[in-house]
Design a protein around this ligand. Structure first.
Ligand SMILES: Nc1ncnc2c1ncn2[C@@H]1O[C@H](COP(=O)(O)OP(=O)(O)OP(=O)(O)O)[C@@H](O)[C@H]1O
Length: 363
């Protein structure tokens, strides 16, 4: 059998003849430029409707932009074919309705952790994942502003639970909806981690593939306690390439490893600046520091992001850059989102992370 789901696809097809053989063969032989494995191994289910000339694929992780690459190839052998892509996250829920919880952390402040977290969460949504974002940055909850909800307040349907807000295709909860940021920034470790747990616990999250948690910067007690108390699937480290940021990113990797949280990857933000007039590239914060750190610690680099005025402007305006497909930076975030989804899928298949026990208490 030259590919495993062909028979299944033929059986499930609404046509008596099943999927046309040439189409099935083309699909089976397709290899995306993005992942080093045949597409075949990333398909959960395939079905072809001959009356509608439509193909429906269920992928093992959210990857709706695959259509841009795949459909033109399939249409060469099956003219006018339409393609529907879905995904199924097979991971066991990390917490109630949430399949996987991902911490976005940085050792150093101001490296673009929140900007990366918000664009990444929205990009995951655009790739077809049901995504939530929990803003746990008690020192400066900036995500409400970045999603156009600056003055919004928490809402409760019953005085016990909280409703998540919805913006840019994702669900959002922030410590900034509940308390004055200046008040929260003086919280000590136990108070901060208790407040975060409550926020996670009391929010009426819908079924989610991913919950992205924007952590406060640093690697002190607060971050350690939060990481240990949350039902974490893995962590993503954001750094800039200069030495001071890398030293702190290194501490963050060590901190997560000390509590058995898998580091899924590293994102190097502000890696380069490209002049919008002459196109020349300048490495303002140094070159490839993140890549070297990642190699030393055997952590995958999920992407390098440019220092770009539009990234800052769009976040200040409450509409993350990734929502605008015309912007050149969008592709970087979408690619990182796919790499992250793939890493999560791969880890869930190949690793049983040692999770800390999560205990919720009322005190
Ligand atoms: N790639 C980028 N290009 C241009 N500006 C950026 C980029 N990434 C982040 N910024 C800008 O840098 C500033 C700091 O970013 P951000 O708030 O995301 O950092 P942070 O690491 O979350 O900070 P904090 O330590 O306060 O949590 C913001 O004004 C943001 O718009």
């Amino acid at each position: 059998m030259w590919f495993k789901w062909f028979k299944k696809a033929a059986e499930q097809s609404s046509s008596a003849d099943g999927m046309p053989e040439l189409l099935a063969k083309t699909l089976a032989e397709f290899q995306s430029s993005e992942f080093p494995m045949p597409l075949d191994s990333l398909i959960q289910q395939a079905s072809f409707n001959s009356k509608q000339n439509s193909l429906s694929l269920t992928l093992k992780f959210p990857w709706s932009s695959l259509a841009d690459e795949l459909l033109p190839v399939l249409q060469q052998v099956q003219p006018n074919l339409t393609l529907e892509l879905r995904s199924e996250n097979a991971a066991e829920p990390a917490y109630r309705t949430i399949k996987q919880v991902i911490l976005v952390a940085s050792g150093k402040g101001g490296v673009g952790k929140s900007t990366t977290a918000v664009n990444l969460a929205v990009a995951l949504g655009l790739e077809g994942a049901k995504t939530g974002l929990l803003d746990a940055d008690i020192y400066g909850p900036s995500i409400p502003t970045m999603l156009g909800l600056k003055n919004a307040k928490a809402e409760s349907p019953d005085d016990k639970h909280l409703l998540p807000k919805q913006a840019a295709g994702i669900y959002l909860q922030s410590i900034g909806f509940l308390v004055d940021p200046e008040q929260a920034s003086v919280w000590r470790g136990p108070m901060a981690s208790q407040a975060l747990l409550q926020l996670l616990n009391e929010t009426l999250w819908p079924d989610l593939d991913y919950l992205i948690v924007d952590m406060p910067p640093g690697t002190g007690d607060i971050q350690l306690t939060m990481s240990q108390k949350l039902p974490v699937t893995g962590a993503l480290i954001v750094t800039t390439p200069q030495d001071v940021a890398l030293a702190d990113a290194q501490k963050a990797i060590s901190m997560f490893r000390s509590v058995n949280i898998p580091v899924l990857g590293l994102v190097e933000n502000m890696s380069f600046y490209q002049c919008s007039h002459c196109g020349e590239i300048d490495d303002i914060f140094g070159t490839n520091g993140g890549l070297e750190l990642a190699e030393r610690y055997q952590v995958p680099v999920l992407g390098q992001l440019p220092l770009q005025k539009q990234i800052r402007q769009s976040c200040d305006a409450g509409t993350p850059l990734v929502l605008n497909p015309a912007e050149s930076g969008t592709g970087f975030y979408r690619a990182i989102a796919r790499q992250l989804s793939f890493a999560l899928y791969w880890n869930s298949q190949h690793q049983q992370a040692q999770q800390p026990d999560i205990i919720f208490t009322d005190d």
